[in-house]
Design a protein around this ligand. Structure first.
Ligand code: ADQ
Length: 464
């Protein structure tokens, strides 16, 4: 069996010592590597004044991690710049927030070239190389320039935007041309795959050589949809853990409200937090009879604080959460708790389990793993209801959630009312259908499907 080399911007495998929070992508990649011998290569998270290219190899939680430090300027131009100020907003349809700057573009190409040079000596001829996310789109191009002939796959964790959005990017053809140095490109959903095809057909004189095979720039690439899932077995273990029980008891022991509504997101403008807060405010305004019945808990640890758009949205959320509590609280009751903290994964499992409603309303989201974690944490005999944005990639796999337009405060408010009023038989019926897909389409299925397609293994592909 070929060795797997996983490459992502950050390498941060969970140590296995605690149930620490490391984010969806890190959990998924660690789980993907657990099943095969391999290496996880990427940035250490440290910067130095000058790039040295020194490779650090260590074993963390059973995973071989190979990391390299970046230079201070790389952090500004590649990570905070091109990745988080240009591609992230653009791929989430926020052209108003996207910054276009040649220095960011140059930094992006420089870091991808540095990654390729540092990784090159580790690659053996029959390794499979699996590159992750928008930070590293040109990596295959750089590796090919160094003579790497291995099968190289790419998986995009964020949406691929519609053709008309994509062309807002200066030098968009250059970026898309680099995609054609991969053998296989994976998206979360058929819609993102279609958007990529639309670009290739309309903008690059490309053609569909066969279903799932695109030809352009003189090369052919395989494309497919591979919806990511959670580590369902591991999450089931967390749900039963003593800390999860303690957290659930702590939340349910509170008697000043009957029903908990919960949201858990990185503090990011793509997650629709402002719109969600307004939807909850609307719910309180429209439903005076239900006001004292509910508590909304929004957990949103800050992220990407070096980027101004993130500082600005944080300020707006602080003001909005204050306004809602100011408007509706009483001496013995407040409707809203807003917390900028990270929690351990077992504690999160307990919090989800205590909630009657999971409110997951991103404006755009590649997939959204919180929706799946919420479902996995419910009590089968008395499950809560998932209210989910139709603009999350997860919506396609989760039609039994209450799907909403997150931009409409009225729709969010109505869905909350409906979720709170839903009788147990309907809650159980919807939850069972959701839980079945969360378990079936889990992180192992995702990894196996992608790796089998990358290996070109017809027997394996038929089995998954
Ligand atoms: P993210 O944008 O980070 O991921 P998501 O898929 O929801 O979004 O994953 C977030 C993870 O962080 C979840 O596992 C969640 O439990 C955890 N988390 C969030 N808040 C936390 C807190 N306060 N404490 C502890 N843990 C917390 C990107 C894409 C998504 C895509 C994933 C995986 O933007 O669309 O689903 O990658 O491909």
């Amino acid at each position: 069996m070929s060795r797997l080399i996983v490459v992502s911007n950050r390498v941060n495998p969970p140590s296995g010592e605690g149930e620490e929070s490391v984010g969806g992508l890190a959990m998924a990649l660690a789980a993907a590597l657990k099943q095969s011998s391999g290496i996880w290569f990427g940035w250490s998270g440290q910067t130095t004044p000058e790039f040295t290219g020194h490779l650090r190899i260590e074993t963390v939680g059973g995973v071989t991690a190979a990391t390299v430090d970046l230079e201070d300027q790389d952090l500004d131009e590649y990570y905070n710049g091109y990745a988080n100020k240009t591609l992230w907003p653009l791929f989430h349809y926020r052209t108003d927030l996207a910054a276009f700057d040649r220095a960011y573009d140059a930094g992006y190409r420089r870091v991808n070239a540095r990654f390729a040079e540092t990784l090159r000596p580790l690659i053996r001829p029959d390794d499979l190389i699996w590159v992750h996310d928008y930070h590293l789109i040109p990596l295959a191009r750089e590796l090919r320039a160094l003579g790497v002939k291995n099968r190289i796959g790419f998986f995009l964790h964020v949406p691929w935007p519609a053709h008309q959005v994509m062309i807002n990017l200066p030098r968009h053809r250059q970026l898309v041309e680099a995609v054609f140095d991969y053998d296989l490109v994976g998206f979360h959903t058929p819609e993102y795959q279609q958007a990529f095809e639309d670009y290739v057909l309309n903008e690059a004189d490309g053609l569909v050589a066969a279903p799932g095979r695109l030809k352009a720039f003189g090369r052919t690439v395989e494309v497919g949809a591979f919806p990511i899932g959670i580590d369902a077995d591991d999450f089931a273990r967390l749900v039963k853990s003593p800390r999860a029980h303690r957290m659930r008891d702590l939340m349910t022991a509170c008697t000043v409200f009957r029903h908990l509504i919960v949201g858990v997101d990185r503090l990011d403008y793509s997650k629709g937090l402002e719109e969600r807060f307004l939807g909850f405010e609307r719910f309180l305004t429209d439903n005076p009879d239900l006001r004292r019945e509910v508590l909304m808990l929004q957990i949103a640890p800050v992220s990407r604080e070096a980027v101004e758009a993130y500082q600005e949205i944080r300020g707006r959320l602080d003001a909005l959460s204050g306004r809602i509590n100011g408007e509706f609280s009483d001496v013995d009751w407040a409707p809203f708790r807003y917390v900028n903290k990270n929690y351990r994964r077992d504690e999160l499992a307990g919090i989800y389990g205590a909630a009657r409603v999971g409110l997951v309303t991103p404006l755009r989201d590649g997939m959204n793993l919180v929706a799946k974690e919420f479902v996995a944490a419910q009590n089968p005999d008395d499950p809560g209801v998932l209210v989910l944005s139709r603009f999350a990639g997860a919506a396609g796999q989760m039609p039994d959630a209450l799907l909403v337009n997150p931009h409409s405060a009225e729709e969010v408010a109505d869905a909350l009312r409906r979720a709170l009023a839903m009788e147990k038989p309907e809650r159980i019926r919807r939850w069972r259908a959701l839980f079945e897909s969360v378990q079936r389409e889990d992180v192992t299925a995702w990894r196996n499907a992608f790796v089998a397609a990358l290996a070109g293994d017809a027997a394996l592909q038929a089995a998954v």
